[in-house]
Design a protein around this ligand. Structure first.
Ligand code: PBG
Length: 344
């Protein structure tokens, strides 16, 4: 039987049973909670994804992503300025290509004057202290909505990689600081890295969408870039099976061997275990993409009064930090940056 020196009250009993350790003591006051806090979220953790569309002076709502808009190039420049003002380190650009420019082979991806390239040049011209991240994949440009070149129902891996390399070089020429291949083809990181090096872009960083899952959480993004209605079939022959975790480590290992400077896991919230394993295994800069569907869920439940939207937003982001990320691509970025600035 346990020794009970102060037996008499229930509290004393509990105290002696657990050896005097009381974890709630540290949680009693705000200052103490701050003092024992293990991780924190700062503006340096945020990457802001921005959607582009043709025209001038255009800002159109994305219905499935409340508060998110597509901007024409002039508008995106202003958003980038806002990001810089808020101290957000980087923006990530995604185009909604005009349907008339989409074809079987995604040829618009290789137009040096496409939306992305024009936006890169326009933002670069401003000389802002922020990084420009561009997505490498063919889906915003193909009529079938897939990330690669198709032959029947198959994706042609190596032919696709050749085109991705050319897409990446055009983006780098236009001023992209970080090339982020999201296509999940085999071998693309190495091919892009060596092409960048050979063409005078040795300083351009590569952020690999290393473990990207075939996910239902990309739905609103596909609305935003206009691929929801066009996508034929699904992406399961190149994006990962949500059931797999060891395979994510193999994907990350290969991308690092091929020269990735940073790796990303995507989606975010349902894959925190992958983030932790990747961070612990490779000790490399590791990012998470809190994708469109995650954003939409928090906003929708908030709009219904079912959850406290702002608290859920902050909780979701601190969870990424706890899981080991060095940064989060999140549509909440500007709002969170403003909140963090106010809190100081
Ligand atoms: C396309 C791409 C997707 C996202 C980023 N790049 C969608 C897809 O693979 O279908 C999703 C981002 C989001 O849902 O917020 N290669």
């Amino acid at each position: 039987a346990p020794h009970r020196p102060h037996a008499g009250g229930l509290a004393a009993d509990v105290g002696s049973i657990v050896g005097g350790r009381r974890l709630r003591r540290n949680r009693r006051t705000d200052w103490s909670r701050r003092l024992v806090r293990e991780v924190s979220l700062t503006v340096d953790d945020l990457i802001w994804p921005l959607f582009l569309t043709e025209g001038e002076g255009v800002a159109e709502d994305v219905p499935s992503m409340p508060g998110v808009q597509r901007f024409s190039v002039d508008g995106v420049v202003r958003q980038a300025e806002e990001a810089a003002k808020l101290g957000i380190p980087a923006v990530a650009l995604f185009p909604n290509t005009d349907p008339s420019l989409r074809d079987d082979t995604g040829s618009e991806a290789l137009n040096p004057d496409n939306l992305i390239c024009r936006a890169c040049r326009a933002i670069t011209r401003e000389g802002l202290p922020i990084g420009i991240i561009t997505d490498v994949a063919l889906d915003p440009y193909t009529s079938h909505g897939h990330d690669g070149l198709m032959q029947g129902e198959d994706i042609l891996n190596d032919e696709t990689v050749e085109q991705l390399v050319r897409q990446a070089l055009l983006q780098a020429d236009a001023g992209a600081d970080v090339i982020a291949p999201s296509d999940m083809m085999d071998g693309r990181i190495g091919a892009i890295r060596s092409a960048l090096d050979r063409s005078g872009h040795g300083d351009v960083q590569v952020m690999a969408y290393a473990a990207k899952y075939a996910s239902a959480f990309y739905g609103p993004f596909r609305d935003a870039v206009g691929t929801n209605t066009t996508l034929v079939g699904d992406k399961r022959t190149y994006q990962m099976d949500p059931a797999n975790s060891d395979e994510a480590l193999r994907e990350v290992e290969l991308d690092l061997e091929e020269g990735a400077d940073m790796v990303m896991i995507k989606p975010g919230m349902p894959y925190l275990d992958i983030i932790r394993r990747v961070k612990d295994t490779f000790l490399m800069p590791t990012y998470a993409y809190q994708v469109s569907g995650e954003y939409a869920m928090i906003c929708a439940a908030g709009q219904n009064g079912w959850i406290d939207r702002d608290r859920a937003m902050m909780e979701s982001l601190i969870a990424f930090k706890r899981a080991g990320t060095d940064g989060i691509l999140t549509y909440f970025a500007p709002e969170v940056a403003r909140r963090l600035a106010k809190a100081v």
